[in-house]
Design a protein around this ligand. Structure first.
Ligand code: PEP
Ligand code: CO
Length: 447
């Protein structure tokens, strides 16, 4: 691990979860084409995000990261992108208002197309096919043709990421994100619910505050009419990630310019493994998912390797233990990482440790478990003298029925109504807003 980092030094390490392609030449041609294409983000944006995450580490900002478990190419449309942005903007408004802190918004968006799988194959009615690994690699329908790993999908994924990002940029800079007009972020299907009413009241008093600020300012404040919105995805497919890892023209080192914030998943975070090697040498802020089997010493080593210069904002630990394990595992981890002295941002993913199978075989998550892991995480950090600085959620702005519970009382019987996820179950709009209000309460209690 102390050997010199190169953009392809990951190739000499063991790489988990990589797809095999039958036609190596076709893959190489696609990778060469990707290397000639422009980056999706800039190193200046990446540095700005790192500065904001450094603020979150000190308690002056708070990280809201969320989006689909797996984005799908078919879903790359105006409504779907705008509704994800809408729910994240509404949530960030609740958090901003409740906490008084700057909210750092990162979508699991514009590139979240590759998924780690626990099994290489899937069997249905006597037929066994390769598992679906995300639209970047193969396709979800259960047929031989769809499940073939196809290198051309890497180009399609890059293009879909660019299209998504283009629309996000336009929405974040223009009138859509203007804080004076939160009515732009209204979702059409939303019925009256307690969260809705709370949110409407918040928007009203925000309107009063803004009118006051406008009245006493000599010129309009540009910060109120646009938002910063960053992208993230699991950096899983290493040949793809390598093509977008470029040396900065400013001479400030290598950046993954396919996304602002790449993260390493729970299944690929082994020290000495190829994913850690790939991300240790880039300048981006990086996340690493930590599950309940991780040993504190192992996490300390990981944090040291990923943040060898002890740079604020560089590493975010995204812990995902499950509501039943968090009390047992998190305190020891916080204690070890705090003692080692390397600075990290702590973020809670209350989704991935709380996945259960419903009676019909569908994967689901109980809202109560998600909320409980989140609230326990706040309490544990507080009692360890540490600070929870962010949340990582799987959510959508659509009216899906994938997670059960919450104030609208979805049950297992509702799961078939609108279960649209290709992968893990996501919070729907109302569940996401309920979580946002709960987080705002907790951050207030931290102050
Ligand atoms: C995910 O974020 O979708 C995921 C697979 O998470 P984890 O690596 O924590 O299991
Ligand atoms: Co997931």
């Amino acid at each position: 691990m102390s050997a010199k980092w190169l953009v392809d030094s990951w190739k000499s390490c063991e790489a988990q979860q990589q797809p095999h392609y039958d036609d190596a030449q076709e893959l190489n041609e696609v990778l060469a084409a990707l290397r000639r294409l422009p980056p999706l983000v800039t190193s200046w944006e990446v540095d700005r995000l790192k500065d904001q995450l450094a603020l979150a580490q000190t308690g002056r900002a708070w990280l809201l990261q969320g989006g689909d478990c797996a984005e799908s190419f078919d879903d790359c449309g105006a409504e779907s992108i705008a509704s994800k942005l809408k729910v994240l903007l509404q949530m960030s408004l609740v958090l901003l208002y409740g906490s008084g802190k700057k909210i750092v918004r990162i979508g699991r968006i514009a590139g979240q197309y590759a998924k780690p799988r626990s099994s290489n194959t899937e069997s249905r009615e006597g037929l066994t096919l390769p598992s679906y690994r995300g639209d970047l690699i193969n396709r979800a329908p259960f047929s031989i043709d769809h499940r073939r790993n196809n290198p051309q999908l890497l180009l399609r994924g890059y293009e879909r990421s660019a299209l998504t990002l283009n629309f996000i940029r336009a929405l974040s800079e223009g009138g859509f994100a203007d804080l004076h007009h939160p009515e732009n972020w209204k979702l059409t299907f939303v019925a009256e619910s307690p969260e809705c009413e709370l949110y409407q009241r918040l928007v009203q008093s925000l309107g009063d505050a803004l009118r006051f600020i406008d009245a006493i300012s000599s010129s309009p404040n540009p910060d109120l009419s646009r938002v910063d919105f960053f992208t993230s995805h699991e950096a899983l497919h290493l040949p793809y990630e390598q093509t977008l890892t470029r040396e900065s023209v400013r001479g400030t080192g290598w950046y993954n310019l396919g996304t602002h914030f790449p993260w390493i998943g729970e299944r690929t975070r082994s020290i000495g493994g190829a994913h850690v090697e790939m991300l240790r040498g880039i300048r981006n802020p990086v996340g690493v998912k930590i599950g309940p089997t991780a040993k504190p010493d192992e996490v300390v080593d990981l944090v040291r390797v990923l943040n060898s210069e002890n740079e604020p904002g560089r590493v975010t630990i995204i812990h995902r233990f499950g509501s039943d394990r968090v009390k047992e595992v998190l305190p020891g981890l916080i204690e070890a990482v705090t003692r080692c002295g390397t600075s990290v941002l702590w973020c809670c993913d209350p989704m991935h440790g709380n996945t259960v199978s419903a009676a019909g075989g569908r994967k689901t998550r109980r809202f109560g478990d998600i909320l409980s892991e989140l609230r326990s995480s706040f309490a544990i950090h507080r009692s360890c003298g540490s600070l929870l600085g962010g949340v990582h959620l799987e959510l959508t702005g659509e009216n899906v029925t994938e997670c059960i519970g919450g104030s609208t009382g979805l049950t297992e019987d509702d799961l078939n109504t609108a279960y649209n996820s290709h992968c893990d179950p996501r919070l729907n709009y109302e569940q996401a807003m309920e979580i946002a209000f709960a987080i705002a309460d907790e951050i207030r209690a931290d102050r």
